[in-house]
Design a protein around this ligand. Structure first.
Ligand code: URA
Length: 334
């Protein structure tokens, strides 16, 4: 048995009839996305960009959060090959498609039709469905954000910043992280958890086996309360429906609630000081409640407590991130 590694791109565009993905038609008439071997010294993304350029003549704009890895087995020259495939996602950013001599042609195909074609030919890949789901969820989150960003206009007594700090991460994240409200750094950059508390959060997540890029990071209130004050009950009531909508689109398996506000609003945990490190299960989602990293930045004695909680989080994170589908043999090449 030997291992092979390949990488490629799902490239999509919107047409009048809806979404279409770019496929190359192989000499045996099968369809395939642009993909190929990862060469020595290359990482998966570089290989996918190079292969796409070689096979289609196109440049790409990789989605920063989409990255799926699958494997399949096949027999080649009496040997069994286990091949890993990493798929990235990009919108079509223009340019003429110029195929290499390896392919017969190219087609823009509606994802549902492409899935049927794969299935008819006995392939069981799920990268088309997963890409489609991801794009649809991202569009729903964009719509929620567009309405949420206008919330300040609806309230004459609005006293938070008027700049929405959007949630950040994959629209299909298995893990969400929910804080209290953005701080001054987040208000200035428009990104959640980028200040000192954010740096600590990144390292705590890493210690629990979670790469920041794999989690969707947001807050109960997504507008900066000047002076870092606690949002009022009224502000929380106004913002909560938007958080709930984000959760229902993303459908995470695990939500890490940071601090008292998030823990109380999302899973009814009162007094985070005595209930930190606890798990509450509601509607198929596990909520893990811990201190807010800002509390550990401010008060040093909180540091070992929050570190201990993230140590406890490890098995839950592993369970949320593991997906039998990713491990199973998805397709046997004919
Ligand atoms: N603290 C939060 O609770 N949310 C942010 O986005 C940043 C800091």
């Amino acid at each position: 048995m030997h291992l092979e590694y390949s990488a490629g791109f799902v490239i999509y565009k919107k047409s009048e009839s809806g979404l279409e993905f770019l496929f190359l038609r192989k000499s045996n008439s099968d369809i395939d996305i642009p993909k190929g071997h990862i060469e020595k010294g290359e990482n998966a993304l570089r290989a996918a960009i190079r292969e796409t350029r070689e096979e289609t003549g196109l440049e790409v704009k990789p989605d920063p959060f989409f990255n799926m890895r699958r494997y399949y087995w096949f027999r080649f020259g009496g040997d069994t090959v286990k091949k890993y495939l990493t798929v990235f996602l990009s919108p079509y950013i223009g340019g003429e498609v110029r195929i290499s001599s390896e392919h017969k042609g190219y087609e823009w195909i509606e994802p549902e039709k492409a899935v049927l074609e794969y299935k008819k030919r006995g392939y069981n890949y799920d990268h088309i469905e997963e890409s489609l789901r991801y794009i649809e969820k991202r569009e729903k989150l964009d719509k929620i954000n567009a309405i949420y960003a206008k919330l300040p206009e609806s309230d004459p007594n609005w006293s938070l910043s008027k700049k929405l700090v959007k949630g950040e991460g994959p629209s299909n994240a298995r893990i969400m992280v929910v804080g209290q409200a953005p701080g001054a750094n987040e208000d200035a950059t428009g990104r959640p958890f980028v200040g000192r508390a954010g740096k600590l959060l990144d390292s705590l997540l890493r210690s629990a086996g979670i790469m920041r890029k794999k989690a969707y990071i947001t807050s109960v209130v997504q507008f900066f309360p000047y002076g870092n004050r606690m949002p009022t009950d009224h502000e929380v009531e106004l913002c909560k429906p938007f958080l709930k909508e984000q959760i229902s689109v993303i459908k995470p398996k695990l939500i890490i609630t940071l601090g008292s506000l998030s823990s109380e609003v999302l899973c009814g945990v009162k007094s985070i000081k005595s209930n930190h490190g606890t798990v509450t299960e509601i509607g198929g989602i596990k909520y893990f409640s811990t201190l807010h990293p800002a509390a550990a930045v401010r008060i040093k004695t909180n540091m070992p407590i929050i570190k201990g909680d993230f140590e406890k989080l490890k098995p839950l994170a592993k369970e949320a991130l593991s997906d039998k589908k990713e491990k199973q043999n998805l397709a046997r090449k004919k």
